[in-house]
Design a protein around this ligand. Structure first.
Ligand code: FAD
Ligand code: SF4
Length: 339
């Protein structure tokens, strides 16, 4: 049985108090929300924080505000996002992403903030301490070599959050609060393509909320590839959001990818659609453009060439769903349950 290492535990009731504790304790302290990622990681000795600062008692992180756009507190659980009518009706891509994270039990504990700050993953890293010791560890934790790309000075572990690509395609931004002040950053800019230093968030900052712009005229969709229809992390995530005029001409489109780099990112595929109708030809062109940006590594489930090979197809599923095609049978085949 894997045991947790010893740690101190603080449970503030306000964001200001949490930020003050982080500032006082320094990088040896870590935030914990649902703990569904951090606690298994601590058992495997990936992270061994001296102090855990729990966000569970901070009611302010659970708010939802609907105005011109929608603001979602970082402490909302993924099941609360799934049950939120605004998410379901206005931001379908987010709803579909949240509904496909892990299992219903994990979504009852796992939060939006924790999902956006999720550690990167790799077959050589997500192993227990003894397994990792047997291969002399790796760059990301305790070692000196990357077993996936042995000549690389950079860890290429995979970003595996489902909600981030969906929210990036929706044009979301996040609020980061520390004892020194606060700032708002576009979600796309929160991520770095570095498997170790994968967030532009400072260790003393709390991600407090996600802001979504107005959704009028927009439709969105998220498609996830994984081996099993429940439980598994994504090995490819395609998120698309498209704003169309009344006659169906695309005014603006964004297509983001997840699980094919150390960060989720916006591609140039959406730009190809502006000023055109969502015809089969336009969709195929956008799919090819997006696929050219996907760089999956051989460090997660399923063959990397096959994962790259199906990117254009998944872009097609997302755009055809947005166009209004009936994709329910394809959803059932891919996700193995209806959304
Ligand atoms: C079996 C299994 C399957 C899973 N499958 C998926 C999947 O398919 N897709 C997926 O996306 N995830 C998956 N997960 C990961 C995880 O359950 C979810 O991503 C969940 O949303 C994480 O949220 P949490 O609140 O539990 O995060 P925690 O574990 O509490 O925290 C995760 C990280 O985020 C930081 N953090 C948390 N909240 C904040 C905040 N407000 N501000 C700043 N930093 C913060 C923590 O310090 C930690 O580094 C899976 C996990 C397991 C165990
Ligand atoms: S990508 Fe390389 S350095 Fe990063 S976790 Fe995997 S083996 Fe380690």
């Amino acid at each position: 049985m894997m045991r947790l290492p010893w740690f101190g535990f603080r449970s503030p009731s306000t964001v200001a108090e949490a930020a003050k504790i982080l500032a006082a304790e320094g990088p040896q302290a870590m935030l914990i929300a649902g703990g569904t990622d951090l606690l298994p990681n601590m058992k495997r000795r990936h992270q061994t924080p001296a102090t855990l600062v729990s966000l569970a008692r901070i009611e302010a992180l659970k708010h939802v505000a609907n105005g011109s756009g929608t603001t979602l507190g970082a402490g909302l659980t993924l099941n609360e996002i799934v049950a939120n009518p605004a998410a379901r009706e206005k931001y379908a891509g987010l709803y579909q992403a949240a509904a496909q994270v892990a299992t219903v039990h994990l979504r009852n504990m796992g939060t939006l903030g924790g999902n956006l700050c999720l550690d990167t993953r790799c077959n050589y890293y997500n192993q227990n301490y003894e397994w990792r010791k047997a291969i002399d560890f790796c760059l990301k934790k305790d070692g000196e070599i990357c077993w996936v790309a042995t000549a690389s000075k950079r860890c290429v572990a995979t970003s595996s959050t489902d909600c981030a690509p969906a929210l990036i395609s929706l044009g979301a931004s996040v609020r980061l609060v520390s004892a020194k002040g606060e700032r708002e950053v576009a979600l796309a800019d929160l991520y770095r393509n570095d498997g170790i230093d994968y967030l532009a968030r400072r260790p003393d900052e709390v991600l407090t909320e996600v802001k979504l712009p107005q959704a009028t005229g927009w439709k969105s969709s998220y498609w996830k590839l994984r081996r099993r229809g429940a439980f598994d992390f994504p090995v490819l995530g395609v998120a698309a959001a498209v704003k169309t005029a009344r006659d169906g001409t695309v005014e603006e489109a964004r297509i983001a990818l997840g699980a094919v780099a150390s960060r989720p990112f916006l591609t140039k595929g959406g730009e190809l659609l502006a000023g055109r109708k969502l015809s089969d030809e336009a969709i195929a062109e956008a799919g090819a453009k997006v696929a050219s940006a996907a760089k999956p590594m051989d460090n997660t489930d399923l063959d990397l060439y096959w994962r790259k090979g199906v990117v254009a197809e998944f872009v097609g599923y997302a755009l055809r769903e947005i166009r209004g095609d009936d994709m329910r049978a394809t959803r059932l085949r891919i996700a193995r349950y209806a959304l």
